[in-house]
Design a protein around this ligand. Structure first.
Ligand SMILES: C[S@@+](CC[C@H](N)C(=O)[O-])C[C@H]1O[C@@H](n2cnc3c(N)ncnc32)[C@H](O)[C@@H]1O
Length: 381
């Protein structure tokens, strides 16, 4: 019998899952599980095994969609239960290693507005079925899964959920309407996001006026930095930071010598600078961002790094005030801006550059269509 695509995919899943399983077992690493005490992240350091995991994911994605069929692939994704879990802090009210009834949980979650037991039950059962968030070990009793426990115990993960569903998801839903209303403008205050937030300001200016939103955004950046492909280690380990030795312009005698200095432009609350300072003990870092984003950020820098990390308010459309730094780092900045604005940001940097200064851009590159597997293709699109 000739092999079919679904049989081929099933075989790929079997082979590659066996490789991952063997790797985890041979290192006594925990096997993936939804259990409350289960691992929340993979600890695969071997590139070949990481590739096997990706292949198994790609194959299972395609197999899943083939077995669903084209009509079912048109069904919408629904994130409303996750948005509600954030809004009513549901995960924080479920005891670790215990259970709680729907009635008591609804009572605890009713703060500014009351959450009825019926609505709570709908939200939780939807989240269990769709996202493996919570479990219901006995009818009417809620307990944690690994994912909900992560939400209960990690403030950054909670912030990430809030940002994702209160802002990003709303922006997606308004993107077509924004195209229509603003005739395809690429100005930052003419977007799905601005339409959904009912503001005429660009996102960062809106944050400046809404510090709680700004803080949530910064916390979610820390949470997403640890996600696939965004680990700060990619930046700290794969650029020759140790080759930066005080590249002062020796022709310019008015610039005093300084230790190797990196300006982390749009560096949020310094999570990347902290990673760089930890792994490269000679580097000094200046984190620049808009005032509300950096307010109080210095307090969260570990004491032993505090002398090498400073914060300064700076709008990157204004001329760069730190002259002759060795590196001007733009990490995850340019993908937020249309090309004309990126050029403006770079132009504002140029007057500060001296011989040997480097501009380092760490950002997404869109791979050629079809050059990566379906999972990665989904992410980049
Ligand atoms: C996607 S975040 C990246 C944060 C950080 N570089 C990282 O990789 O985690 C973009 C950052 O740019 C900052 N930003 C936006 N507009 C800015 C401006 N005009 N001047 C300075 N920073 C700005 C935001 O406040 C935010 O912290």
């Amino acid at each position: 019998m000739p092999s079919t695509r679904i049989a081929e995919l099933a075989a790929q899943i079997q082979d590659n899952t066996a490789k991952v399983d063997h790797y985890l077992q041979s290192r006594s690493l925990p096997s993936p599980s939804f259990h409350e005490d289960g691992p929340v992240d993979f600890q695969i350091e071997d590139e070949e095994i990481q590739k096997a995991r990706e292949t198994a994911l790609d194959s299972s994605l395609e197999l899943h969609q083939l077995l669903l069929g084209p009509a079912m692939c048109l069904r919408p994704l629904n994130g409303v239960s996750l948005q509600a879990i954030y809004k009513y802090s549901i995960a924080s009210h479920v005891p670790i290693h215990g259970t709680i009834t729907f009635a008591s949980l609804a009572h605890k979650c009713s703060t500014t507005t009351s959450l009825s037991e019926t609505d709570l039950r709908r939200i939780v059962r939807f989240a269990i079925a769709h996202h493996r968030v919570f479990t219901e070990p006995r009818t009417g009793h809620v307990a944690h899964s690994a994912a909900s426990r992560k939400l209960a115990s990690d403030a950054n993960a909670r912030a990430g959920l809030g940002y994702m569903f209160d802002e990003v998801w709303q922006a997606f839903a308004h993107t077509v309407a924004a195209r229509e209303a603003f005739r395809g403008s690429d100005e930052p205050n003419r977007s799905g996001w601005s339409l959904s937030q009912r503001t005429d300001r660009p996102v960062w200016e809106h944050y400046a006026a809404h510090p709680a939103m700004a803080a949530r955004f910064a916390a979610s950046m820390s949470a997403f930095s640890n996600g696939l492909g965004l680990d700060p280690a990619f930046l700290t380990n794969n650029y020759p930071w140790s080759s930066i030795h005080n590249t002062n312009d020796t022709t310019n005698t008015t610039t005093p010598p300084h230790p190797p200095t990196v300006v982390d432009v749009g560096g949020s609350r310094g999570n990347i600078s902290i990673a760089l300072a930890s792994s490269h003990p000679t580097l000094h870092l200046i984190v620049q961002d808009l005032p509300p984003m950096i307010a109080g950020a210095a307090a969260s820098v570990p004491l032993h790094l505090a002398s090498r990390i400073s914060f300064a308010a700076h709008d990157f459309f204004d001329p760069q005030p730190v002259v002759a730094a060795d590196v001007y780092l733009f990490r995850n900045i340019f993908h937020n801006w249309s090309d004309g604005h990126v050029v403006r940001i770079l132009r504002a940097t140029v007057p500060a550059l001296r011989r040997g200064s480097r501009v380092v851009v760490n950002d997404y590159l869109l791979p050629e269509r079809g050059s990566v597997g379906p999972g990665r293709e989904r992410e980049v699109r």
